[in-house]
Design a protein around this ligand. Structure first.
Ligand code: ADP
Ligand code: ADP
Length: 216
């Protein structure tokens, strides 16, 4: 279960402090964080991902206050427990799809486990893509590899940043369903941040991040 409490963030050299609403997402729960550009969605996602360290408050996953972790402990915790789907996929282009997934396992201190990598590709309908190079795939295919990579460590929490904004209605609906189904199978909490109003009906909890989360 993901819990945040009294979460605030101020960028260095900025006079603006973001105050984020408390949230609670159960195992297999889904939360959509909607807000206009500049509302602080990416900032919130980076706090949840442990990429940014909060100025105040807690981020807790299954009882671990990971905002308080540092260095290699934090890296290891993130690698094993949090799957990230970024807006822009970045892969190691010299490596194949399967090798990119293997790197995600190694970074978390987990064995590559070829069978698990293959079965993760299978879940995404990408059985034949193991030996392809991600740079040569279409945008939709790259996005599915990104989702596969986010799942490969069997995380407790899946975070996605604008996963559908660039997609037409049909593919947006596909990606939304894909994320929800896979998260549900893993028993993972799913948090998506976006300005894409088409997703509103797909999620159990919807939080509207309004401009009033910003305080000077
Ligand atoms: P959103 O994802 O909702 O568009 P962001 O979290 O990216 O919003 O950014 C919210 C605001 O935070 C931005 O408008 C900007 O003013 C400020 N901001 C973002 N990144 C930085 C930074 N690195 N340094 C200072 N201010 C920043
Ligand atoms: P088309 O959109 O004409 O079907 P694509 O190359 O975009 O052609 O997609 C080929 C197949 O790959 C689709 O039929 C679909 O099954 C799958 N696909 C494409 N993009 C995505 C995506 N973003 N998420 C999930 N599946 C996708």
């Amino acid at each position: 279960m993901l819990i945040t409490q009294d979460l605030t963030y101020r960028y260095p050299d900025s006079s603006t402090t973001f105050r984020f609403p408390d949230l609670r997402v159960d195992r297999a729960g889904t939360l959509l964080l909607l807000g206009p550009s500049g509302a602080g969605k990416s900032t919130w996602l980076h706090l949840l991902a442990g990429v940014l360290s909060p100025s105040g408050g807690r981020t807790e996953l299954d009882g671990v206050d990971y905002a308080a972790l540092r260095g290699s402990k934090l890296d290891r915790f993130r690698g094993r427990n949090i799957g990230l789907v970024f807006q822009r996929p970045y892969f190691l282009e010299a490596l194949t799809v399967l090798e990119n997934l293997a790197i995600a396992r190694r970074t978390a201190g987990l064995p590559p486990d070829r069978e698990l990598l293959q079965s993760t590709l299978h879940l995404l309908g990408m059985d034949d893509y193991a030996d392809r190079h991600p740079g040569r795939l279409s945008v939709g295919e790259q996005q599915r590899v990104t989702i596969a990579r986010a799942l490969v460590n069997r995380p407790q929490l899946i975070l996605a940043d604008e996963p559908t904004s660039a997609l037409d209605n049909r593919n947006a609906a596909r990606v939304s369903a894909l994320l929800r189904e896979r998260a549900s199978e893993l028993g993972a909490a799913l948090v998506v941040v976006t300005h894409d109003e088409r997703l509103r009906g797909d999620f159990r909890q919807v939080v509207d991040l309004a401009q009033q989360s910003i305080h000077n």
